[in-house]
Design a protein around this ligand. Structure first.
Ligand code: ZN
Length: 414
C-alpha cells in the first residue's frame, strides 16, 4: 500500500513538473492569445488607480502586471494605451500625472522587453530624426520645438500597425506649457525605415500641424501706424515663429515704399487693414479730405497688390456716426490698450497686456517701436502657455462665429 502511494505521489510530481516546464505553451492552449482583444483592468493603490490592459495571456499579463506594480507609488491616476503590432509585439504606454510616461515594447515570442529600434531597419536614425523635427516644427511654436530638438529629454512610444506616436517629456521649455507634447508619425511618412509588417492608411492627412481650436481662449493682436522696415518685420517673424497671426492696420502713405513687406504679410496667415491715408483726426476733416483719407488706401492696395484692406481702424479711434456710415468695411477698435507708445518699454507692455487680456479681446499695439517688437517676442510664448491663441481679427471673428459688418465698429469679438 505505501509503495503504491509513493508511486502515485511521484506521478503527480512528474506531472506538475511537466506542467511547469510547458507552463507557457499549455496555458496558451487554454488561454489562446486574443490579439487586440484585451480588456482594461484596474489596480487600486493608496495613491490612485492604475488602468492596464489584460490580454488573457499568462506570461504577457504577468509581465504587464510587473510594470503596474512598479507604478504603485505614483501619486494620481494612470491610464494607458496598448496595441499589438504585426502579431509580434505588444506596445504599451502608461500616462502618468504631470505629462510623464512609461512605455514598453514587449516581444510576444519571448516576452522580452525590446528597444524601439527593433521596429526599424538599420540606419534609420538620421531620417527618423529629421522627420520628427520637421513634424515638431509644423505643430508647435518655436520656443517649444527648438527646446525639444536641442535639449535633453525623454521620448516614449506607442507603436501601432499604421503609425507610431512619440511623446516628449522632461524637456527644458521656457516658459513651461501644460500639455502633452506628441507627434503621430504615420507609416506613409516613414515606410522605408520600417522592419515590421505594416498597414498603410489609404487616406492619410498629416495631422501634425498647428491648428486653431474654437474651444481655446483666443485674442486678436492688431498693429497700427506701420509698416516699418525693421520693427514690422521683427513682429511679423515673431508671429510666424509662434504660429500666431495679427491684423496690421497700415497707413496708406506707407504702402508704396514697403511693397515687399506688405506682399509678404498678405501672403501669410496675418492680414492687412487700413489706418487711413495719413493719420489725421477724421472728425476734423472736411468731407472731401475725409473721403480721400478713408478711401485712398483701398485704391493704392488695389493698384499695388490687387487686393483691398480687410478692415478700417480710424486714427486715435476718432469716429462719429456719420463717418461710420462713410466707411465701407467693418471698423475695428480695441478694448486692450497697453499704451506701448507711451512707455516705449517692453516689460511694461508685456505686463499691461498679461494683466488685462481676456478671451475675445482685441489688443492695440504699434509696429513702429522696437520696444513693442521686443514685447511681442515675450508675449507670444507667454500667452501660449496661458492657453491663448493669438490671431488676426478675421480669425478671431471666424472662431467666435461672428460675421463682421461694414460701417459697424467692434471693440472685441466674443
Ligand atoms: Zn495710429
Amino acid at each position: 500500500m505505501r509503495k503504491r502511494d509513493l508511486l502515485k505521489s511521484l506521478i503527480i510530481l512528474v506531472f506538475i513538473f511537466l506542467i511547469c516546464l510547458l507552463n507557457n505553451e499549455l496555458l496558451k492552449v487554454i488561454y489562446p492569445f486574443k490579439g487586440d482583444k484585451y480588456i482594461t483592468k484596474i489596480y487600486e493603490t493608496a495613491n490612485g488607480k492604475i488602468e492596464y490592459p489584460y490580454f488573457r495571456d499568462y506570461g504577457l499579463d504577468k509581465k504587464i502586471k510587473s510594470y503596474v506594480i512598479k507604478l504603485k507609488d505614483v501619486k494620481g491616476n494612470i491610464t494607458y494605451k496598448a496595441s499589438v503590432v504585426d502579431d509580434e509585439f505588444v506596445s504599451l504606454i502608461f500616462f502618468l500625472p504631470n505629462y510623464q510616461y512609461k512605455s514598453y515594447l514587449i516581444s510576444l515570442a519571448n516576452l522580452k522587453e525590446e528597444n524601439i529600434n527593433v521596429i526599424f531597419k538599420f540606419n534609420y536614425q538620421e531620417t527618423l530624426t529629421s522627420k520628427i523635427n520637421e513634424m515638431l516644427e509644423s505643430k508647435y511654436p518655436a520656443f517649444i520645438y527648438n527646446s525639444i530638438i536641442d535639449g535633453k529629454g525623454d521620448m516614449y512610444y506607442l507603436v501601432e500597425n499604421n503609425q507610431i506616436t512619440i511623446y516628449f517629456a522632461n524637456y527644458n521649455i521656457t516658459p513651461t506649457p501644460n500639455e502633452n507634447f506628441f507627434i503621430k508619425l504615420n507609416y506613409q511618412e516613414i515606410k522605408d525605415l520600417l522592419a515590421i509588417n505594416y498597414t498603410l492608411d489609404k487616406e492619410y492627412v498629416n495631422e501634425n500641424i498647428y491648428t486653431l481650436d474654437p474651444n481655446k481662449k483666443t485674442i486678436a493682436f492688431t498693429f497700427d501706424d506701420g509698416p516699418n522696415k525693421t520693427t514690422t518685420i521683427k513682429i511679423f517673424n515673431s508671429l510666424n515663429e509662434n504660429k500666431a497671426s495679427a491684423t496690421f492696420f497700415m497707413l496708406g502713405n506707407r504702402l508704396e515704399n514697403n511693397q515687399d513687406l506688405v506682399t509678404e504679410i498678405l501672403n501669410s496667415t496675418s492680414e492687412v487693414g487700413t489706418h487711413s491715408y495719413s493719420h489725421k483726426y477724421l472728425t476734423k476733416l472736411r468731407a472731401k479730405k475725409r473721403a480721400f483719407n478713408i478711401n485712398e488706401p483701398t485704391r493704392i492696395m488695389t493698384e499695388l497688390f490687387n487686393t483691398t484692406p480687410v478692415y478700417f481702424r480710424p486714427p486715435y479711434g476718432n469716429l462719429n456716426d456719420k463717418i461710420k456710415s462713410e466707411i465701407n468695411m467693418p471698423i475695428i477698435l480695441w478694448n486692450v490698450d497697453p499704451e506701448d507708445w507711451k512707455s516705449k518699454d517692453a516689460k511694461t507692455v508685456v505686463n499691461n497686456v498679461l494683466s488685462t487680456v481676456k478671451d475675445g479681446d482685441i489688443v492695440l499695439m504699434h509696429d513702429i517701436f522696437s520696444s513693442t517688437a521686443e514685447a511681442v517676442e515675450t508675449l507670444l510664448p507667454e500667452l501660449y502657455v496661458r492657453g491663448y491663441q493669438v490671431v488676426s481679427v478675421s480669425k478671431l471673428a471666424a472662431l467666435k462665429g461672428v460675421t463682421l459688418e461694414a460701417s459697424k465698429a467692434y471693440r472685441h469679438i466674443k
